[in-house]
Design a protein around this ligand. Structure first.
Ligand code: LRH
Ligand code: MN
Ligand code: MN
Length: 387
């Protein structure tokens, strides 16, 4: 085992954080406010920069439009750079406008479809003003009742709308299409699974990639299989990492099922896809409803790092030998040995060698930042759809 190579890979790992993780969020029952919550996108960026400061592994922040719309986007991007981070993926939002009650790109009304396309073109403008290269599309579109609309017609409308957006991409830009099996509608969803997303991406072209949100699958789904398949096809554009116990819970990644996160990262490592050149963007998509938000994000980064470290410790040669030899238990034991390793000292060492505190949770708590923002900021923002 080349431990220096493992450490180099860990030191180079970057995880993108979502601006909306720093705002107040909740369920449809209640949004709990928290002291120090950002009042505008600049303050969300400032909080995200803290996560990068203490982990050294979160150099980009995703934005959500219109939540993060500001008059001077160039100033927002410059503000981010001044704090040591960059603007990452731009997320469109067609789920909070009354016009989209019956769908956005799939709506039977051509005028509403045109409005949804125009919103995505506006997001491309945001990308160009902020230095972002990725447009991430998650559509809430679906139906609640059998017969409500034509499943096939909606797919055709979707293909047309996506093609219009795709045609506006520059050569160095990507369209990332996220899927989710249900919610906010419950009978059909227009992009419910990786197969549907992939079919549309293949039709669009090489710059269209699938986004895998770990919380968007039915219980029992083998997510690492999907990862392996999309990597084979060169169409895994990004992850939205989070944890689920029931549905789209948006809890801290690695909290519900650290073994699943390890299995996902094992597929990534075996495919060489930790290398940024492969183009997989590792993002968090989480909401911190009851826990402190900045520490929640720091913990999430640490969980991804630990799962990655374990995946990097898998003895790949021995595993391949055992697999070829048909040694079922031997192969399984090699994987489980890596999973059972306590990698926390190794990850801490990587941090120290970067000049960081080995314990980012403690270092952040000791920094006084939480107390400062609680005193300075009054009336913080709600992150998303909330109550
Ligand atoms: C949809 C989703 C999508 C949105 C985000 C706020 O459930 O995962 O990525 O942009 O939540
Ligand atoms: Mn998501
Ligand atoms: Mn989601």
């Amino acid at each position: 085992m080349d431990i220096d190579a493992v450490k180099d890979a860990l030191a180079a790992q970057a995880i993108e954080v979502p601006s909306w993780a720093y705002g107040n969020s909740g369920t449809r029952f209640k949004v709990f406010g928290s002291p120090g919550t950002p009042r505008d996108p600049f303050e969300k960026i400032a909080d995200a920069a803290q996560v990068n400061l203490f982990t050294g592994a979160a150099p980009r922040v995703s934005l959500h439009i219109p939540w993060d719309r500001v008059d001077d986007l160039a100033a927002l991007a410059q503000y981010a750079r001044d704090l040591g981070v960059e603007i990452g993926t731009i997320n469109s939002n067609v789920f909070q406008d009354d016009d989209y009650r019956l769908g956005s790109l799939t709506n039977a009304d051509a005028a509403i479809r045109a409005k949804a396309v125009a919103h995505h073109l506006e997001c491309l403008d945001v990308m160009r003003e902020t230095g972002s290269r990725d447009l991430k599309i998650w559509l809430p579109d679906g139906t609640n009742y059998p017969g409500q609309d034509s499943i096939r017609a909606r797919q055709d409308r979707l293909a047309d709308g996506l093609a219009e957006i795709y045609a506006a991409l520059r050569p160095d830009e990507r369209l990332l299409l996220e899927y989710k099996f249900f919610e906010p509608y419950f009978y059909t969803t227009d992009v419910p699974d990786w197969g549907t997303s992939l079919v549309h991406c293949l039709e669009l072209g090489d710059q269209a990639m699938v986004v895998l949100d770990t919380g968007h699958h039915a219980p029992g789904t083998n997510i690492e299989f999907i990862v392996a398949q999309l990597l084979r096809l060169d169409r895994l554009g990004a992850f939205d990492f989070n944890s689920r116990f029931y549905a789209d819970d948006d809890l801290i990644v690695g909290a519900a099922d650290p073994f699943q996160l390890f299995r996902i990262m094992h597929e990534i490592v075996q495919a060489g896809a930790l290398d940024p050149a492969v183009g997989v963007n590792f993002m968090l998509d989480q909401c911190h409803n009851i826990e402190d938000k900045i520490p929640g994000q720091i913990r999430s980064i640490m969980n991804v790092q630990e799962a990655t470290a374990k995946a990097l410790l898998v003895d790949a040669d021995a595993l391949a030998d055992a697999q070829v030899a048909g040694d079922v238990l031997g192969a399984n034991a090699i994987l489980m040995d890596a999973y059972a390793t306590d990698v926390r000292p190794l990850v801490a060492q990587v941090r120290e060698e970067k000049g960081l505190d080995p314990d980012p949770m403690r270092a952040y708590a000791a920094s006084g930042y939480a107390e400062r923002i609680a005193a300075e900021r009054v009336g913080g923002q709600q992150a998303s759809w909330g109550a």
